[in-house]
Design a protein around this ligand. Sequence first.
Ligand SMILES: NC(=O)c1ccc[n+]([C@@H]2O[C@H](COP(=O)([O-])OP(=O)(O)OC[C@H]3O[C@@H](n4cnc5c(N)ncnc54)[C@H](OP(=O)(O)O)[C@@H]3O)[C@@H](O)[C@H]2O)c1
Length: 180
Amino acid sequence: MTAPALTIVHVVAMTERHIIGRGNSLPWNLPSDLKNFRKRTIGKPIIMGRKTFQSISSPPLKGRQNIVMTGNESFSAEGIIFVKNLEEALKEARSYAKKHGVDEIAIIGGAEIYKITLPLVQRIYLTVIKDNSVIEGDKNYPNLNSKDWRKISYKKIARQGNEDYDRVNITYDRCNDAAT
Ligand SMILES: NC(=O)c1ccc[n+]([C@@H]2O[C@H](COP(=O)([O-])OP(=O)(O)OC[C@H]3O[C@@H](n4cnc5c(N)ncnc54)[C@H](OP(=O)(O)O)[C@@H]3O)[C@@H](O)[C@H]2O)c1
């Protein structure tokens, strides 16, 4: 059996002004989007920065190989692989994906990690929170060059329960061979 081709993806939720975080947390409470995040990442190797790791209330995120990038070699935690650079993160992620027959490596933030990995990414699972630009924050997702990305799906999701915002789920695929 040949291994499935491996795609590196971003899974990200942002406001209309590209805000993704505030005070090392998410500046919104959208349980239905967390379900979407789970669906997009379950079973996959997930790569995150040390600050995002520390923002998770009870790591590791279950059912996924958690890979955390940090320059601090003293970190250790059960069920988590800590790596000191992107090359090592991708090596661990590829090894897990191969072993488990998974076809995506999910990069789950935060801002620093999205920025340095964007050139490698072939697909983006993006949630846009329809906040009418009211949400403030201190971390942003990079601007995407529209020439590089093709929208392959678009779905409006109405707020559920006590949620404050509607959202849109968009999948973008890179439309040139710039990614390696
Ligand atoms: N809305 C979303 O979808 C979403 C998703 C994830 C996170 N977030 C939010 O984003 C914010 C966190 O983002 P952030 O940019 O502050 O932090 P981050 O990207 O999560 O983590 C940054 C840290 O990663 C490590 N790092 C970065 N580049 C590295 C490299 N090349 N090699 C090794 N380690 C490297 C460093 O850790 P050391 O300092 O330990 O060396 C650095 O301080 C939070 O507010 C969080 O809630 C939002």
